[in-house]
Design a protein around this ligand. Structure first.
Ligand code: CA2
Length: 157
């Protein structure tokens, strides 16, 4: 009898984006690049497809909405990739929600917060993540998808 595909391969990778990322590409291109969030979504969809995965891509400016999205991922996601933006550095609520997940969680950032202001050196998200990828712009998201595929066993090598 054929082996049932694992839950991780059936459910999409949830890619969650925090406050202000809806405005990407419009300001501070020297820090965040010129890529828009819609372009990131398109590139993520293609990369995930290469690995045999689908994605669900969301953004919210509200902390509670991000918590709701993470809670939904408990039963609906194969993995979570999260750029919590400013909430990275402040939100115990986001951390507590992430800790309830049993699937891989990858923290991503467009910039490298470690090279920036001191207040960006603390990440609550990192404490609930499997790993972190930061500083590669749009590529941070694509590398995170590669990491998920490596952890869950995608089809592309
Ligand atoms: O580098 C990242 O991805 C960040 O998560 C971006 C956050 C920042 O607070 C984190 O420390 C690092 C800020 C996102 C702000 O998004 C903008 C969108 C358009 C124009 C300017 C900022």
């Amino acid at each position: 009898m054929a082996k049932k595909p694992s839950k991780s391969k059936v459910f999409p990778i949830h890619i969650l984006n925090g406050p202000n990322l809806n405005l990407l590409g419009s300001r501070e291109p020297e820090i965040y690049g010129k890529t828009t969030l819609a372009q990131i979504k398109k590139a993520c969809t293609a990369r995930a497809k290469d690995h045999g995965f689908s994605i669900l891509f969301d953004q919210s400016n509200k902390e509670g909405e991000l918590v709701d999205m993470i809670q939904k991922a408990r039963t609906k996601a194969g993995a979570v990739i999260i750029n919590a933006a400013a909430y990275t550095h402040t939100s115990v609520a986001v951390l507590d929600a992430l800790k309830m997940l049993t699937v891989p969680v990858i923290e991503v950032h467009l910039s490298n917060p470690a090279r920036r202001e001191n207040f960006r050196h603390t990440s609550y998200v990192a404490m609930g993540a499997t790993g972190t990828i930061a500083g590669f712009g749009l590529n941070s998201y694509l590398l995170a998808i590669d990491a998920v595929a490596d952890l869950l066993g995608g089809k592309k090598k």
